[in-house]
Every structure is written in C-alpha cells, then in structure tokens.
Design a protein around this ligand. Structure first.
Ligand code: ADP
Ligand code: MG
Length: 248
C-alpha cells in the first residue's frame, strides 16, 4: 500500500452560491506524480488554493504528512514544504533570472544585494545551478520580462525548486507554452520527481502530457470527483469521456 502525503477528505468549498468543490476526497501519493484533470470551472484551482491555505474550506479535512492543515495560513503551509505555482506566472519582469531566483526565498528577500554575504553567495550558486537544470543558464542575466512565456514558466518552476519543496502543486504548467518547450518541461518535471524526490500534484489540460506523466489521475467535474485511476483506466472511463475527453 502506497503512502499518502496529502489526504483530502470530504472537502467542500463554496463562493457565495457557487459550490466550487463538493465533498471531494483524494490522496496524493508520497514520491509520486498525481494528475488532476477536469473541464474549465470544475474546481481544480480552487482545490489547490484550499490545499495551500489561500482560503478556508467550508467543511472537510486536509492533512499533510498526517497533520491537519486546513486551518493553517499560506506561509505556515509553505514552511512545511508544500508549495504551488500559478496558472499565470508570478515572476519579477524587471529583474534578471538570478535575482528572481534569490528573491523567491521569502526570508532572504533583502540579502541578494549583499554579495559579500556567504549565504547570498551560496544562494546565487544554487540559483544558477537550478537555472541550468531548467535550461536557462545562458539567459541568467536577462530580465525575466524579456523571456518568452514558456521560459518564464521554466523560471517560475526553478524559483519553486529554490525553496526545496517536499510537495509541489503545478497549475497547468504547459498552458500557453510552445510545443518544443513542452517536452523539455515534462522532462524537467519528471527529473524533479525522480532525482530530487519531489512529490508532484499537477493540474493539466494537455492529455498527452498528463497521461504520460502521472502515476494516478483524478478527474473533477462540476466540483465533484468524477473518477480516479491510472492513465489507462481514466482513458477508458465512460464518465470521463462524456464529461471531458470527448470534448478534446
Ligand atoms: P478550474 O480551475 O477547474 O477551471 P476553478 O477552481 O477556478 O476551476 O473554479 C471553480 C468554480 O468556482 C467556478 O465556477 C469559478 O467561477 C468559481 N470560483 C473560483 N474562485 C472563485 C472566487 N475567488 N470567487 C468566486 N467564485 C470563484
Ligand atoms: Mg484553474
């Protein structure tokens, strides 16, 4: 039996009259890549926001490494090692890539200017090596705002890695990226999982990507869990085909 690092049980989240998540239960396997799919508006991003403490849930339970975190704040949850990236990238366009890497460590925000600081030097080396990992080393002194959208997503991914997350939640990492960069990104996500041991939970619209990558996939529809299983099982699931795959 595989160990669940995140256990979501009966989570309901409403916005006014809109039920964004209704009684959702799912497990994120430690060390694995778990996929989350579903049509637009099915509640995927809302579930991410609930997990990382961005907003309170109405009812249910969210445990991380056995600890109830549903009442914790974003910063507390981040400190536990649970991080997310956004559908829209959050980089600092007027700073170069290395500076973005340094500023991504929240408690060291002021230090990147002090190059004599030993910690700052260690952080710079780590930042450059992660930029190398995502294929941006040559562009490390370019302003982040001058990178292509796909490169900005790679930078955002590297910025998340800078914090050495235990679990990384990725919201549509390949959205808006040109096809030649997608394969590179998938390769990096896999390597972050296999070599760095980071557990991944990935929201993804590109079926080829998620079917190739995820060990287990959950499908939401209208805020509710519609199905779960391996890629093969999900592809054959008639409910998923009717609600989602048929339209793709
Ligand atoms: P997905 O990521 O699957 O496209 P979302 O989680 O973004 O879906 O949205 C699920 C539902 O919740 C939608 O009907 C959306 O309009 C609603 N919703 C999401 N966030 C908010 C919010 N902050 N305020 C009001 N409604 C929201
Ligand atoms: Mg979304």
């Amino acid at each position: 039996m595989k160990h669940a690092i995140i256990e979501i049980e009966h989570v309901t989240k409403t916005f006014g009259g809109v039920v964004a998540n209704r009684d959702v239960s799912l497990d994120v396997e430690e060390g694995g890549i778990t996929g989350l799919i579903g049509p637009n508006g099915s509640g995927k991003t809302t579930l991410f926001n609930s997990i990382v403490g961005y907003h309170p849930i109405d009812s249910g339970s969210i445990r991380f490494q056995g600890q109830e975190i549903s009442k914790f704040r974003v910063q507390e949850i981040a400190r536990l090692g649970l991080l997310r990236t956004f559908q829209q990238t959050r980089i600092y366009g007027a700073m170069n890539c290395v500076q973005n890497m340094l500023i991504s460590i929240p408690h060291r925000k002021a230090k990147f200017l002090d190059m004599f600081d030993r910690q700052a030097r260690a952080d710079t080396e780590k930042g450059e090596s992660l930029l190398d990992f995502v294929g941006l080393y040559e562009k490390r002194y370019l302003m982040a705002g001058d990178l292509s959208f796909g490169q900005q997503k790679l930078l955002e991914f590297a910025m998340a890695l800078m914090n050495e997350p235990t679990v990384l939640l990725l919201d549509e990492p390949t959205a808006g990226i040109n096809p030649t960069l997608i394969n590179g990104l998938i390769d990096r996500l896999r390597r972050a999982n296999e070599e760095f041991g980071i557990t991944l939970l990935v929201i993804e619209h590109n079926m080829r990507v998620i079917m190739n990558m995820a060990h287990k996939i959950y499908c939401l529809a209208h805020g509710e869990l519609l199905a779960s299983g391996t890629a093969g099982e999900i592809q054959k699931n008639q409910n998923v085909i009717d609600a989602y795959l048929g339209a793709h």
